[in-house]
Design a protein around this ligand. Structure first.
Ligand code: BG6
Length: 490
């Protein structure tokens, strides 16, 4: 159970707050994981009182919470919901926030503990951080309790801007009080990757270049940009997903065993992997950028990217990115890691597929094994959370005919309790001060070092087109075909 505390959310009327943060707070309350002295304080530029914010929060919880909506849980939470109107450059509003936090010590017993959540556009980070510094609100040593800050991705736009952002954040908060959120690390199935690898003996002996042919990491979405043109068009798929979620998945797949399951040990191993990533020599042949055109998805006609509201005419931003990376360590040398992500692909699926080499020798007639592919171990991050193993098996009958089969572990049927949402887990960790599942700034910078050369190479190039509802541009298939491989069809 966390200490009594206040969670101050900047940008509380935004999509992230409504769809993820407020529902996660409700779910934690419903599970009895919020301390008695907990306050949710929204800050936004609205002429609102506590009641208006309570209404918004209630609707968000009713619509998006994972757990059942219960009136008694809500009543308890509603008593500790506060709202402060103000713009980020308004000194008076921040002075008022400071006063309110002091008052909450007496009225709600928050004991000076405050987490500030920056659910705001990156351009607004500096002004909010400066306000927190100016008022002294960021400084836990001046107050009785702890002060933490949660920074949402994107952490900068490239290496330089991320170094600059880190410098700014670190000048206001002490580094162990800074929580950078990559919500993929809060997903149960992503943490399960560590359990799978390091709690068992079965997989680790074959988890290397002697047995592994290649690794494919896919994050596909059927949705488009969902009204986020302003942000998305200046980012693109590589900055939005490859730089963070996919590289974190790669790091967890490829890293060595940490000496403990704690923040320090995990980070040490992730740093090593991220620092060992190599880009292919020929970026033309080993990277693909795409942009969706109008097409059909689930029986519905959907717009092309250029027709989405707010996208500038002729935009060359990519909505699909694929790349082949290497990991230059003894364990992985020579094994390609293929990463891909895209919007408006046929379905929503995230998975890590470890594809094994073919058996060096098959004591069967050639015709017996025509239907045998490479063995695969697939971590299904979402949906249908679980793990699949694919291997050859004798088909029933008098002939020795070997066919590929699947063995499945499904979270939904193996466990009775459902998994917490990523934000639920991560918010709780922020309040508990546990940084195990949060990337540090060195990881973020190492990830930009991988992405920057790609962005530089892509600069000024027109992305390849793909029709909404297809698995990305043709060039992505060609990229793997040149290596004698094909993408998995998840
Ligand atoms: C976010 C990206 O980080 O992740 C979005 O900015 C994307 O573009 C989202 O849609 C996907 O998250 P999830 O948890 O639904 O896979």
């Amino acid at each position: 159970m966390p200490d009594p505390c206040a969670l101050v959310v900047f940008g509380v009327t935004g999509d992230l707050a409504k769809k993820k943060l407020i529902p996660a707070v409700y779910d934690l309350g419903n599970r009895g994981l919020l301390p008695p002295g907990f306050v949710l304080l929204g800050f936004a530029r609205r002429d609102w009182g506590d009641g208006d914010f309570e209404q918004l929060a209630r609707k968000a919880a009713e619509q998006h919470a994972r757990t059942e909506f219960r009136e008694d849980v809500w009543r308890r939470l509603a008593d500790s919901i506060k709202f402060l109107p103000g713009s980020f450059d308004d000194d008076n509003a921040f002075d008022e926030l400071d006063r309110t936090l002091v008052e909450l010590e007496a009225s709600h017993g928050i004991a000076g503990n405050v987490a500030f959540y920056l659910s705001i556009p990156p351009a607004a980070f500096p002004v909010v951080l400066k306000q927190l510094a100016r008022t002294g609100m960021a400084d836990g040593s001046e107050r009785s309790g702890w002060r933490r800050v949660v920074v949402e991705k994107p952490f900068g736009h490239d290496l330089d801007s991320s170094v600059e952002l880190n410098r700014l954040v670190d000048s206001v908060f002490t580094s162990h009080d800074v929580f950078r959120i990559d919500h993929y690390l809060g997903k149960e199935t992503v943490q399960n990757l560590l359990a799978l690898r390091f709690a068992n003996t079965l997989f680790e002996p074959v988890w290397n270049s002697h047995y592994v042919d290649s690794v494919q990491i896919t994050m596909a979405e059927d949705v488009g940009i969902e009204g986020r043109a302003g942000f998305y068009d200046s980012a693109g798929a590589a900055r939005d997903v490859l730089q963070n979620h996919l590289l974190q998945l790669l790091a967890l797949t490829a890293m060595e065993e940490p000496v403990a399951f704690d923040a320090e040990a995990l980070r040490t191993e992730k740093h090593k992997v991220l620092g060992a990533i190599s880009l292919p020599a020929d970026l033309e042949l080993s990277t693909v950028r795409g942009q969706y055109e109008q097409g059909w998805l689930a029986g519905e006609r959907v717009k092309g990217y250029l027709d989405e509201e707010g996208v500038p005419p002729g935009s060359t931003t990519e909505t699909y990115a694929a790349v082949r990376l290497g990991v230059e360590t003894r364990r992985w040398a020579g094994v390609p890691f293929y990463l891909r992500t895209g919007k408006r692909l046929p379905r929503r699926v995230t998975e890590i597929a470890v594809i094994f080499k073919r058996a060096p020798h098959l004591p069967f007639a050639k015709t017996d094994t025509v239907e045998l592919g490479n063995n695969q171990l697939v971590v299904r991050v979402q949906p249908d959370e679980g793990v699949t193993m694919r291997f050859g098996s004798k088909a029933p009958g008098s002939a020795m005919e070997i066919r590929e089969v699947s063995m499945d572990f499904l979270y939904g049927s193996a466990f009775t309790e459902s998994s917490p949402e990523a934000y639920e887990r991560l918010l709780l960790d922020v309040l508990l001060g546990d940084k195990t599942l949060f990337p540090d700034h060195e990881e973020v910078e190492a990830s930009w070092q991988v992405i920057d050369p790609l962005e530089e190479f892509w600069q000024g190039r027109i992305p390849q087109r793909y029709r909404a509802g297809e698995w990305g541009p043709r060039a992505a298939e060609d990229m793997l075909a040149r290596d004698g491989r094909t993408w998995r069809r998840p």
